[in-house]
Design a binder for this molecule. Structure first.
Ligand code: DGT
Ligand code: MG
Ligand code: MG
Ligand code: MG
Ligand code: MG
Length: 318
């Protein structure tokens, strides 16, 4: 086909679309834009709206399935999710612009697509609230996410990156839990042993405890340590922070389950070949899109060594 005289402008693209360094871990982190406002406008429960966190997990799973087998681990908390690409991932020739924009828009599309499954009460039978929740069924405006791409040169910096996000989760969640207990807006979740449903209560909204204003609560918490906050929760509110859901305290790790990891490890050669070739026509059953059951959602500590020992094979695969 004849080229038009305007074709030359394509050359300008190369200046801004670089290829990410080979043989290094690519982490893409997406983060809700202005979610402070989004949470308020949609009456999110405080400090944690499990519906939103579950929806974030669902959206992340959608990303992992879409980009399988390039992403086999991710970590999410609050309004953010980090996706770890395998160091030899070769999707889109590791083009920075493609990777960052596709992962971010795939996540955002998932968040919108699955919204009703979590925020429409009739469809989310796992949550039982002790008083009617304010209607949040309908989106008031389209939520958006920003995305960034970071390269980590080795296993230990990658592990420290994930630890950093989990420490952030812990610090913010302890702060927010204490803050909203002080203001009387705290929501408590308990798992019903009989049917594993979550019972939602609002223990301080109708107590006689004097509720602090936002300013007063901020002042009360300034210069307090973690143990001060634990103490406030325990003595003033009879609340043991360790009994909060692990999902809130630790965030969520999504990985392939151990069998699936072993399966991939046993055929590293062909899977690596596939990743390099990016051939979607491959007949190899290993690269068939996995179903939801092949992934695991974990709310566990990733700061200590235990997780990394148990999931050693995962690191080998990364
Ligand atoms: P950004 O990321 O710079 O555009 O600004 P934000 O407002 O998204 O701030 P960010 O990402 O630092 O913090 C997340 C905000 O989202 C924070 O204000 C708390 C809110 N948020 C996230 N999840 C929940 C939730 O489950 N319940 C409530 N009430 N708020 C939440
Ligand atoms: Mg941000
Ligand atoms: Mg945000
Ligand atoms: Mg955030
Ligand atoms: Mg096109």
């Amino acid at each position: 086909m004849a080229k038009s005289k305007y074709e030359y402008v394509r050359q300008f693209e190369s200046a801004t679309d670089h290829h990410l360094l080979l043989d290094s871990y690519i982490v893409v982190r997406v983060d809700g834009q202005g979610f402070h406002r989004f949470a308020k406008e949609h009456n999110f429960l405080k400090p944690n709206d499990k519906r939103c966190l579950d929806l974030m997990n669902r959206s992340a799973l959608h990303v992992m399935k879409s980009f399988y087998p390039n992403i086999i681990m991710s970590y999410g908390q609050s309004d953010e999710y980090s996706f770890v690409l395998r160091r030899m991932a070769h999707l889109y020739n590791r083009r920075h612009n493609k990777i960052i924009s596709l992962i971010t828009s795939t996540f955002t599309a998932g968040f919108l697509f699955y919204w009703n499954d979590y925020f429409c009460d009739q469809k989310n039978p796992n949550l039982i609230a002790k008083k009617p929740l304010k209607l949040t069924q309908t989106l008031k405006y389209p939520p958006t996410f920003d995305g960034r791409c970071i390269l980590y040169p080795n296993e230990s910096t990658l592990m420290d990156y994930l630890r950093w996000r989990q420490v952030d989760c812990h610090i913010n969640n302890l702060y927010n839990t204490t803050f909203h207990a002080l203001t009387g807006e705290y929501t408590h979740y308990e798992v019903n042993d009989d049917d594993n449903k979550f019972i939602v209560t609002f223990p301080y909204s109708e107590t006689k405890l004097s509720k602090l204003s936002t300013n007063e609560a901020t002042k009360r918490l300034s210069h307090t340590s973690s143990s001060d906050k634990n103490e406030i929760l325990f003595t003033d509110f009879d609340l043991n922070y360790n009994n909060e859901l692990e999902q809130f305290r630790k965030g969520t790790i999504i990985t392939l389950n151990i069998e699936q990891i072993d399966r991939l490890l046993s055929d590293q050669k062909s899977i690596n070949y596939y990743i390099r070739k990016k051939s979607l026509q491959s007949k190899n059953s290993l690269v068939e899109k996995p179903d939801d059951q092949q992934f695991e959602l974990l709310n566990v500590d990733i700061i200590g060594e235990n997780f990394w020992k148990k999931y050693g094979p995962l690191l080998k695969l990364l």
